[in-house]
Design a protein around this ligand. Structure first.
Ligand code: PLP
Length: 390
């Protein structure tokens, strides 16, 4: 990996030590240009006309996303974020009273709120799959929970905090062997590691564009397997997702774009496509190797700082590193780092309430390096943090 070149293509690195890639990654130049160029084109020749002119590139963006996750282009729908992509899949499920949803302790709040909403509406039941000793979802425990009432397995692959990588492939095997729909939140995974939906065995995968994929804000996508598409009707359809074919009938699009609506940001779609191409060019295997190496070295360095506790769990850990300090609150640490132009974020208990309550977590500082971060930047962060908590 040519870090110098990759940094030269990332304007943000000259202003900030950006360790908030789990919040929003810094966009590389080709992404910025893809978005700006299309807005320019729209302003020059008209929005509809610009779309028609760029149709091939728009289609190529869907193909790139499909390539990123080992899917077919017809299985991809573009969304404005991961939450909407996830909701498209979740709210299309026909859950009834007594049906069970199995999920994980570190499930993301937006997903869990949707479970609660549907549980309130239908009387379906939410059950938590126990974790193993490391805090990851335990696929054997999952297997034991399966009965005829389980109608959905919905888990987060990489929770928003805690460094954890859940065993998504093993969970997929259990789901497949029982024919239970498997909705995987891959929001924090895409862009920091390889993703292969066939290997994962998931029926749906929701992803955001702006985090480790380094796309523009306001982008995301949903994968729906061809098999699942045959039995999935979005809970909302418009004249893009379906055709009003006779006065009393409509026909859904055959592909996953049935979830989309007629109007959306073409510039952002092109930006997402450019971000995916960029990640594919860098290479997802090497990205995984480098981000995990950086995160490991961070955890090692943090463990040496008096008063700091690394709050990460799981056997397999990713590029998300979380910490707390025994005296100084997370928001103060973030603010003091910000004064030195170092970007981190704060994860709060309500974003993963069950996990945070079980582990009695306070607000925690989330540090999320990406491959374009240099070792020097990590060293700077550690030095400044040492100074803050001294
Ligand atoms: C695990 C997880 N899932 C879903 C989301 C939601 O993504 P978005 O903000 O793109 O809707 C996040 C955002 O932080 C997340 O961490």
């Amino acid at each position: 990996m040519d870090i110098e070149r990759l940094r030269a293509e990332t304007p943000g690195v000259s202003h900030r030590v950006h360790l908030n890639n789990a919040g929003a990654g810094l966009m590389p130049q080709p992404v910025i240009e893809a978005v700006k160029d299309h807005l320019d084109l729209e302003s020059r020749i008209g929005g509809y006309e610009a779309k028609a002119q760029e149709n091939e590139r728009i289609e190529a963006a869907y193909s790139s996303v499909a390539q990123l996750i080992g899917a077919d282009k017809s299985e991809i729908a573009f969304a404005e974020n991961a939450t909407v992509a996830w909701q498209w899949a979740f709210f299309a499920q026909d859950l009834k009273e007594g049906d069970r949803i199995l999920t994980a302790e570190a499930e993301y709040a937006a997903n869990y709120i949707a479970f609660l909403q549907i549980a309130k509406r239908t009387g379906c039941i939410i059950d938590i799959i126990p974790g193993d000793a490391s805090g990851a979802v335990d696929p054997q425990a999952l297997e034991k929970m399966i009965d005829g009432k389980v109608k959905l397995i919905a888990i987060t692959w990489i929770p928003t905090n805690g460094g954890l990588v859940n065993p998504a492939v093993e969970i997929g095997k259990v789901a497949k062997s029982h024919g239970i729909p498997y909705l995987l939140d891959g929001c924090q995974a895409a862009g920091q590691m390889p993703v292969d939906v066939i290997h994962l065995g998931c029926d749906y995968l929701s992803v955001t564009g702006r985090k480790f994929l380094r796309g523009p804000r306001g982008t995301g996508f949903l994968y729906t397997s061809t098999e699942m598409l045959a039995q999935t009707e979005p809970c909302m359809l418009d004249l893009f997702g379906a055709t009003w074919s006779t006065p009393g009938t409509y026909e859904m699009r055959p592909d996953a774009r049935r979830f989309e609506s007629w109007e959306s940001s073409i510039a952002l779609h092109l930006g997402l496509g450019a971000a995916v191409d960029y990640a594919l060019n860098v290479g997802l295997e090497v990205i995984r190797e480098r981000v995990r190496m950086l995160a490991r070295s961070l955890r090692d360095a943090l463990a040496e700082i008096p008063g700091v506790t690394v709050q990460d769990i799981g056997k397999e850990k990713c590029a998300i590193v979380t910490l707390s300090h025994n005296r100084i609150e997370a928001d103060s640490i973030k603010a003091m780092l910000g004064e030195k132009h170092i970007n981190v974020s704060v994860s709060r208990p309500p974003s993963t309430l069950l996990d945070a309550s079980a582990r009695e977590l306070p607000n925690i500082v989330r540090v999320s390096p990406h491959y374009y971060n240099s070792e020097d930047e990590l060293e700077t962060f550690v030095q400044v943090l040492r100074h803050i908590v001294a």
